[in-house]
Write a protein that binds this ligand. Structure first.
Ligand code: C2E
Ligand code: MG
Ligand code: MG
Length: 724
């Protein structure tokens, strides 16, 4: 109320007043309208800003409202969705806007209703992460209230970020692996190290960050080595290999290292990554294996394999420099007797002391090795290029070695004297190879032994001739095996003038040399190993013969004795090969007799007994050949599954004239009887010898008195003459 009208009404006043009132009213409305307009304009401005923001945001945005129609379940309706959102979910405006969330197909809106509930009821903004399509896409959703019942949410695809986060986590875990890791800048300045680095090297991260690797350098590598690494990094952006480093406690250790350059987008190096692990243990076991393979365990000297290697090297150097090299092969005299009398412990002590003495008097460039058993070798390189001078040097050294080795040895607190034999050879240019060189030294050494031991023998031309002869013989033997130049002769074994069996004796029917006896080639065949195929051939031929005789009533009772060499007997497949032949030729095993010599009983008697027992169980018999000449202990004799002792021909020869031989023969017969063994004499050449043996209880004989070893047909005719 701004005015009032008084009675009586004055018309002019009334009109003026009304006009003023109307004017006021008009102004008021005008003002109101103006305010409304301004407000509307402001709203419009704001709305369009929001709209624009909404429309152009790269984040997906959605506006929705809560619906609570009577009767129906509470749900949310999507009012608007921006282009970014529709792009995310791969749906169109029509498929989303105006729809209830439960009705929208193609994107799991319903999974968000929990979030909307919270936001709408609590009025506080919230965010969640949720994944679709089995985790292949991950979203972050942030929802907030707009007005009372409407709300908006912003959605962001964070799949890539998640992957990167995972990668970072994995990288962080990997960084703390068992491998030591160093991260360096392009200048090699350490930026980070992992815990394994600290554990392995003993340095703390604090101590090393900011430094270059200089402080870990070991003096085991020349500067060139590090330059090579840098070059490799420069060229190939990586290097890997073994490297020695120094730890904090000053210990030097070997590492296996891999250094890789980390490159930026444009190929520039941003970091160097060094991964490593300590291989001290592996190195140690490698060293151990090396020591086992190349060094003699008793004396610590190089073994044969390593020596051959050094010899090969010396040969090349010698050939290039035209200098001579001397080889001294040393073999202790009567080592076996020492072992037998003083025991193996004393034998070992002696070998060790010999090794020490040899090493002590060897020069820096000399190589001392143990080739096996009691055999040592010394190699002396860098001798004069002139043969005579070198020869003098070698003779001097040989005398020194001989003197040193012949000083008394203290074994178990007692002084003992031992002698050794030495074979020496000298070489400069050898096209023949190391085997031939070792053979030369060996031959010289055997000559020293043959000349009464405790001597020195030098390989010379005569020996060269002998050596060449042996080499030629070896080839010829091989050829003979291939060409079938061997034959078996059969020498009768008799009892009461009846042939009860034969001994198969090998002969070599050489196309030029004629019939060669086994004494000429068996030792060489044994040395070279040819005895194995040769022995197999003998065994097979004897079995073939047994089979043939088994079909002839006149001969089917015969046994065949086959000589077996130690080397052949020790073949792992010996038992199988014998049993195989027996089976193949369908022979009663009792017809086969294997003649072994006492030399077989020197090594590994236990395994000899096992092999014999296996064959014996199958029915094969054993005879101990040349009995009395070798070394058999009575205790062994008792343990061997023998069938027969064979008195050696050396006792039989002089049995009638030499009382000792007669006594030995009688003793062997008595021994056989007391052990329950059969006994046979070989080399019986006269009726008197046979008579003597028979008188003392040896009824079985073999010898020229009855028959020599004969070819099969001749033997058969001879045997027939004795049949009545
Ligand atoms: P061994 O086994 O002791 O053979 C007996 C040797 O004495 C044979 O010599 C034989 O001919 C010879 N002999 C036989 N009776 C008399 C005699 O009354 N007076 C004389 N002075 N000698 C007689 P052989 O055939 O020269 O064989 C020599 C050795 O060669 C054999 O000695 C044996 O150790 C070996 N040997 C022969 N054949 C083979 C074989 O097939 N394998 C193997 N590993 N060694 C064989
Ligand atoms: Mg024999
Ligand atoms: Mg014999």
């Amino acid at each position: 109320m701004t005015d009032y009208i008084l009675k009586p009404i004055a018309q002019e006043e009334l009109i003026v007043r009304i006009a003023v009132l109307l004017e006021n009213r008009h102004l008021l409305l005008e003002n109101q309208n103006q305010r409304q307009r301004l407000h509307d304009e402001e709203l419009l401005r704001r709305d369009s800003k929001f709209e624009s923001l909404f429309a152009h945001s790269i984040e997906g945005m959605v506006v929705g409202e809560w619906i609570n129609d009577q009767g129906s379940d509470k749900d949310y309706r999507i009012l608007k969705a921006n282009a970014a959102f529709l792009h995310h979910v791969q749906l169109s405006q029509n498929q989303v806007c105006g729809k209830l969330t439960r009705d929208i197909a193609g994107w799991p809106f319903h999974e968000l209703t929990g979030l909307f509930d919270q936001v709408v009821t609590e009025g506080i903004p919230r965010k969640i992460e949720f994944s679709v399509s089995g985790g292949s896409a991950v979203y972050q959703v942030r929802a907030f209230v707009l007005q009372e019942l409407s709300f908006a949410f912003v959605i962001e695809n964070i799949t890539q970020r998640k992957i990167e986060e995972d990668e970072l986590r994995i990288a962080a875990a990997a960084f703390e692996s068992q491998e030591g890791i160093i991260v360096m800048d392009p200048k090699g300045v350490i930026q980070r190290v992992n815990r394994s680095f600290c554990r392995i090297t003993g340095f703390t991260a604090h101590e090393v960050v900011g430094l270059t690797l200089e402080f870990m350098k070991s003096d085991r590598h020349a500067p060139l080595f590090y330059r090579r690494i840098l070059r490799a990094l420069h060229r190939r952006h990586m290097w890997q290999g073994e490297i020695w480093v120094r730890y904090k406690n000053a210990v030097h250790a070997p590492l296996v290292v891999e250094i890789t350059a980390v490159q930026g987008k444009h190929g520039e190096v941003s970091h160097y990554l060094m991964l490593f692990h300590d291989i001290s243990e592996r190195k140690e076991s490698e060293d151990k294996i090396y020591a086992l393979a190349f060094f003699d365990q008793l004396t610590g000297l190089p073994n044969r394999i390593l020596f051959q290697d050094r010899l090969q090297e010396a040969m090349l150097v010698g050939a290039a420099q035209k200098t001579h090299t001397g080889l001294f092969l040393i073999d202790l005299d009567h080592f076996r007797t020492l072992n037998d009398t003083l025991g193996h412990g004393a034998g070992d002590q002696l070998l060790k002391q010999m090794a020490e003495r040899l090493v002590a008097c060897a020069g820096e460039t000399h190589v001392v090795a143990r080739l096996g058993g009691d055999e040592f070798i010394v190699m002396m390189p860098d001798l004069s290029p002139h043969a005579e001078e070198a020869g003098e040097q070698v003779r001097k050294q040989a005398r020194v070695l001989q003197t040193v080795l012949s000083q008394p040895y203290v074994l178990d607190a007692q002084a003992h004297h031992f002698t050794s034999s030495m074979g020496v050879t000298l070489f400069k240019d050898v096209p023949t190879g190391i085997e031939a060189l070792l053979k030369q030294a060996e031959l010289a050494m055997y000559k020293a032994k043959a000349e009464g031991r405790h001597g020195i023998s030098y390989f010379d031309d005569a020996m060269e001739v002998e050596l060449n002869r042996r080499v030629a013989m070896e080839h010829a033997l091989q050829q003979a095996l291939q060409d079938g130049q061997f034959v078996l002769h059969y020498q009768a074994q008799l009892e009461a003038f009846q042939v009860i069996g034969v001994e198969a004796l090998i002969r070599w029917q050489h196309p030029e040399w004629g019939l060669v006896g086994p004494a000429t080639f068996i030792p060489l065949a044994e040395e070279t190993g040819l005895i194995v195929p040769l022995g197999h051939w003998v065994m097979m031929t004897a079995c073939q013969q047994l089979q043939q005789w088994s079909q002839d009533s006149r001969f089917k009772h015969l046994t065949v004795a086959v000589n077996v060499s130690a080397r052949q007997f020790h073949q792992p497949d010996f038992v199988d090969s014998v049993l195989g032949l027996l089976q193949k030729f369908m022979i009663a095993p009792g017809r086969l007799k294997l003649e072994l010599t006492e030399s077989l009983l020197v090594h590994d008697v236990a395994s000899v007994i096992t092999t014999m027992t296996t064959l014996k169980q199958q029915g094969v018999n054993f005879s101990l050949d040349d009995f009395g000449t070798g070394y058999s202990s009575l205790s062994y004799l008792k343990r061997l599954p023998l069938h027969q002792l064979k008195i050696d021909q050396s006792f039989v020869r002089d049995i009638m004239v030499d009382a000792n031989d007669a006594a030995i023969a009688k003793t062997i017969i008595a021994l056989a009887q007391s052990l329950g063994l059969d006994v046979i004499a070989e080399g019986v050449e006269t009726r008197e010898q046979q008579e003597f043996l028979r008188q003392w209880g040896c009824y079985r004989c073999q010898g020229f008195y009855f028959s020599r070893a004969l070819p099969q047909a001749e033997f058969e005719s001879y045997a027939k003459t004795l049949m009545v």
